[in-house]
Design a protein around this ligand. Sequence first.
Ligand code: AMP
Length: 275
Amino acid sequence: MSRWSNSWKKKNQTIGFVPTMGALHAGHASLIRRARKDNDKVVVSIFVNPAQFGPHEDFSRYPRPFDKDRALCAALGVDLLYHPTPEGIYPPGYRSFVNVEELSELWCGHFRPGHFRGVATVVLKLLQTISPERAYLGEKDYQQLTIIKKMVRDLNLPQRIIGCPTLREKDGLAMSSRNQYLSVSERRDAATLYRSLWEASEQIRKGSAISLALKDARKKILSVSNSRIDYIAAVDGLSLEEIKHPRLGARLLAAVWIGKTRLIDNIKLSRSLRK
Ligand code: AMP
């Protein structure tokens, strides 16, 4: 990988990088298209990173349709598909990890201890190996995007991290590789997550208190059968700390279980917020 990267750099060609875990969908494709537009060369990584899964999470059953992913990358004009093995990234005796403190402990970090340490570590390793000018991450994983931006700033990495908008299904459900775990009825119910977030953001925009809007959203989500809420909160867009009153750049973040599938989503609180 680094030999390819070096050979492009010698020719002054810029590299755009899209890290993924595969099972690619239109959301990933939108990141790849953006990288294609901005750079001479595009690298996509597919790596189901064991370090970011907890012991009882879905690492082994995470979908791995590699041939289909490779065909999509080829069709999108990806120059290099980087598909390392777990031992390639974490050889025996591997001991170095990156932890972005505080941000990694909030929200998903609370429910998935060690998750963001695994994410930050692998992204740092990939940035070191590929050495791109720009890396493209989705706002769909808003906490992850915030943590990677913070790591890049704190560690003086030369990369620009570019956040890209969330692609959604027609009913609003954020596209995700994990959506394929949902049964037909769960898939129908899953749209409630985005609808509730959107309705809460509208209520807040019209002047309703955050606490009231979130209470309504919770009720709507819990009316879905077999649903459970890990969290739903309004947060500052940079620190991710909970806020009680709307402010510029604020977001609503949520993680919800529908049956055995954990879904996350988030939405920006409108810019035209009243004081
Ligand atoms: P994943 O393969 O789920 O680890 O995601 C790889 C990258 O794609 C991450 O930066 C995600 O935030 C981004 N991504 C995932 N789903 C979407 C989506 N629906 N829209 C835009 N980007 C997404």
